[in-house]
Design a protein. Structure first.
Length: 610
């Protein structure tokens, strides 16, 4: 019995050390786990959680920066900022919602029920001001100022509002601004844009938005657990955007717009149907844009203040599309202005000479197919110079047919047709320089010799923008240099430091001799002295020009098939300083009848300003 009793203690002492060891291991493991977790939270992720804690205590409010001014080449302001007053409410600071709603609704004449609903909805956003009414008139500013001290949480704030100085002046060049969209934020997230930012939507405002927008300021608030503002911790002022100087001359631009509008209105009354038009004026020695006008126009101030849905729909539904920049975004057949290219190519390829004489019977036959001259009775014997001055179609039918489509297109391409000019504006079209490959793809048909004949006088499938034709005219004026047109002259900081200056860029040098260009220019001078552009003749300056009348077939957009009227010109003849292209869409009539007088007025205005 004693032996049996002695067995138990041995079993108990044998199991106890194993249990103690297991317990110690568990304790050590838990300690290491907790220590590791503590190390991770305090050391590895300490900085992260510190920032998260601070974010829970603070809120940031971004203050928009004033956009830079836009000025013309002489420093005349075209676009600036003006103060716009708005009433804001910090819901977290409101003590009595009912009395606040009553006071604001009576002073600002707004719906009290709607105001109360909005304030309740945003009650948790106590650190961020809620706009109640924007763009207050002076009377409303005076009324709200009298009672501000009695309304905790209500503030009268001034914000920079974009101001386009002369309403619709230069609208298609200057463009407009609007609130950034989600799509724009995604596309430009790396550039620091945020929800609520204003961004350039069109024109210079869009092209140079990064130059103009400036750097927003910032205000940091300390808030309690409920999000209520305790105090302002830090404030950083915004930095105004850079000022942008354009190559435009405001006085020349104004003449261009005034003359274009007057002419288009006159044509519209005569036809009983509205039409549209555009003007481009370039410096042929460097590509600077001196004027770019469109009609109809629109007022960019509508967008700056927040355009209504009704106003926007009205602009979009207008059959003349006033928001469209016809100078760069639309292409049309350019009619006889193309003869500058056909003539240059024929001279350089030695198909004719400057002293060549032709015969025009009034029709050119390609096989049995007749191609009529616009003078149906024919010009009879006619020199190369007079063929340009009098715009003889038969001469250029023959020259274009002899050149062939490949050679003709090679020269047209070297002048810049069928490709972007590179103008620093959004939305440019490359136009269309048709060839055999294009026609096969578009129509499933081969290119016929008749297509080349049509192209030689600027008809058929050809599509040219007014900007492209202004570049062509400039290249003729300067005897063969194709410059990239541009609008940015320079940019300056708000403190006056020059940041960027213009640099002209040569895109191509055309393989046509100065003597051959001289022959083209003499013909263009003859067009103004005694030819199709005599209405452009000026006693003040020697203008050279070429008319173009592009024929159209009736279609839904042009039910009467009215012509497009063109006129291109440069002056003075010996040392050209300005090249002008005038385009009148669906005007009917002839380029010399409608477009040439507009160009003359612009050229005279430019020389007067100099």
């Amino acid at each position: 019995m004693t032996d049996k009793m002695s067995i138990r203690p041995e079993l108990n002492t044998g199991g106890s050390p194993r249990k103690a060891l297991c317990l110690r291991i568990i304790v050590i493991f838990l300690f290491l786990f907790l220590a590791g977790r503590l190390f991770y939270l305090q050391i590895t992720k300490g900085e992260y959680f510190q920032k998260q804690a601070e974010l829970n205590m603070t809120r940031e409010l971004f203050i928009p920066a004033p956009r830079g001014n836009i000025l013309d080449r002489n420093g005349k302001i075209l676009v600036r900022n003006s103060p716009s007053f708005q009433v804001e409410v910090l819901p977290g600071q409101v003590e009595n919602l009912t009395s606040l709603v009553h006071a604001l609704s009576s002073v600002l004449n707004i719906d009290p029920i709607k105001l109360k609903s909005v304030l309740r909805e945003f009650a948790q956003s106590s650190y961020e001001p809620l706009p109640v009414m924007e763009h207050l008139d002076p009377g409303a500013v005076a009324r709200i100022s009298e009672i501000l001290s009695e309304l905790p949480g209500v503030y009268l704030s001034a914000y920079p509002l974009r101001k386009y100085m002369d309403s619709a002046f230069g609208a298609h060049v200057l463009g407009y601004v609007g609130e950034i969209t989600q799509e724009e934020i995604k596309a430009r997230s790396s550039e620091g844009y945020r929800i609520g930012d204003l961004i350039g939507k069109e024109g210079i405002e869009r092209q140079y938005d990064l130059e103009l927008r400036g750097k927003p300021g910032k205000r940091i608030f300390q808030v309690d657990v409920g999000g209520k503002v305790i105090k302002v911790l830090d404030e950083e002022n915004s930095t105004p955007g850079n000022n942008v100087y354009l190559t435009l001359d405001r006085d020349v631009q104004r003449v261009a717009e005034t003359c274009l509008e007057k002419t288009v209105r006159m044509i519209s009354r005569k036809n009983g149907q509205p039409c549209a038009g555009t003007v481009v004026a370039l410096d042929p020695s460097n590509g600077q844009v001196l004027a770019l006008a469109n009609y109809p126009l629109f007022d960019p101030n509508l967008f700056a203040r927040g355009i209504s849905t009704k106003q926007y729909r009205t602009l979009l539904s207008d059959r003349l599309h006033p928001l469209l920049n016809r100078a760069i975004s639309c292409s049309f057949p350019c009619g006889s202005t193309f003869k500058m290219i056909t003539g240059s190519a024929a001279l350089q390829e030695k198909i004719c000479r400057p002293d060549s004489v032709f015969y025009c019977p009034g029709v050119f036959y390609l096989g049995k197919e007749p191609f009529n001259c616009f003078v149906r009775g024919g010009h009879g014997s006619i020199s190369f110079n007079d063929a340009i001055a009098l715009s003889c179609d038969v001469v250029f039918y023959r020259l274009g047919h002899s050149l062939g489509i490949e050679t003709l297109n090679r020269y047209a391409s070297s002048f810049g047709l069928g490709k972007l000019t590179g103008i620093d504006l959004p939305g440019e079209s490359p136009g269309l320089l048709p060839d055999e490959k294009w026609k096969q793809a578009a129509y499933g048909e081969p290119w016929y010799p008749g297509d080349t004949v049509n192209l030689s006088i600027g008809q058929g499938f050809l599509g040219v923008t007014p900007m492209q034709l202004a570049v062509v005219t400039s290249a003729v004026a300067n005897s063969g240099t194709v410059y990239q047109p541009f609008l940015l002259l320079k940019s300056e900081s708000s403190g006056g430091k020059v940041l960027k200056c213009f640099q002209s860029r040569i895109k191509e040098r055309i393989s046509v001799s100065p003597e051959n260009f001289r022959a083209i220019k003499r013909g263009m001078r003859g067009a103004v002295l005694y030819g199709t552009a005599s209405s452009a003749n000026s006693p003040l300056v020697e203008i050279s020009g070429k008319t173009g009348t592009a024929e159209n077939l009736p279609c839904p957009e042009n039910p009467y098939g009215r012509n497009h009227a063109w006129f291109v010109s440069f002056a003075p003849f010996e040392k050209p300083e300005i090249a002008v292209c005038v385009f009148l869409e669906q005007s009917g009539g002839f380029g010399g009848q409608w477009a040439a007088p507009v160009a003359r007025s612009i050229i005279e205005a430019y020389l007067r300003t100099k």
